[in-house]
Design a protein around this ligand. Structure first.
Ligand SMILES: O=C1O[C@H](COP(=O)(O)O)[C@@H](O)[C@H](O)[C@H]1O
Length: 241
């Protein structure tokens, strides 16, 4: 791993612009090096943060972006629980990511087939990689330490072969989801966690995110940081990552 940076912000209001800057700086770097930017999005509180910050950036050009989902809930796209549906309304409708660059699940399929179908889509998008190597994965962390749809004590934490796994017993509703596995998460060039609540603990699924060669950022708000016992950085406004 290139090293973990834990960066603390007074609140999500200060964290959002720095997260947006991280996205654009890694996009610029990726497009300069290999002609496209591959971004994995999580749901939850990230949706509104990105929906607020990214469209507000002047001259944002997303024409070379390819976007996948770190996990997705198996509900129709017009269901309020659909991560794609939320991003469509709050982000995709406001920026110029090509439709062909947004890799969505087929929510009409049963959960196992849905995971297989999404695996096929990711393999097509990353034909040269055993596990897709995303330029940037944006992850959330739930109060129980779950990330993607990888929940504490769940057998999926031990998955080593699949790219995308189905889950039918998610403790957080809705129960049926598909999720990227840790081999994909830990293959990314850069992973950034947005941690607005919860705390660090070695048993948490989130603690298993240790990119093999990539960078790792934990972007933490003050209430979450107060529970941490590790070294953190505090950056002033306008800081760049
Ligand atoms: O259910 C989910 O929760 C996690 C964490 O969400 P947050 O609102 O606590 O940040 C999210 O990362 C994941 O994509 C989502 O499906």
């Amino acid at each position: 791993m290139a090293g973990r940076r834990v960066v603390v912000f007074p609140s999500s209001a200060e964290l959002g612009p720095v997260l947006a800057q991280l996205v654009t700086s890694r996009a610029e770097k990726a497009i300069a090096s290999h002609g496209r930017f591959t971004l994995g999005l999580s749901g939850g509180s990230l949706v509104s943060m990105l929906g607020k910050e990214l469209p507000a950036l002047p001259d944002l050009d997303c024409s070379k972006w390819v976007v996948g989902f770190c996990d997705e809930r198996l509900v129709p796209f017009d269901d309020p629980e659909s991560t794609y549906g939320l991003y469509k309304g709050q982000l995709f409708s406001k920026v110029n990511i090509p439709d062909s660059g947004i890799l969505t699940i087929d929510s009409s399929l049963p959960v196992n087939e849905c995971a297989e179908d999404y695996t096929r889509k990711l393999k097509e998008a990353f034909p040269d990689d055993k596990f897709p190597v995303f330029d940037l994965l944006l992850l959330g962390m739930g109060p129980d330490g779950h990330t993607c749809s990888l929940f504490p004590d769940h057998p999926l934490l031990e998955e080593t072969k699949k790219i995308v796994a189905p889950i039918s017993d998610s403790p957080k509703p809705p129960p049926q989801r598909v999720t990227m596995t840790f081999p994909v998460v830990n293959s990314a060039r850069c992973v950034a966690f947005e941690v607005l609540e919860g705390r660090e603990g070695p048993a948490y699924p989130a603690a298993r995110v240790v990119p093999t060669n990539g960078e790792l950022f934990w972007l933490v708000d003050d209430p979450a940081a107060s529970t941490l016992t590790i070294q953190v950085e505090r950056l002033g406004s306008g800081a760049k990552l």
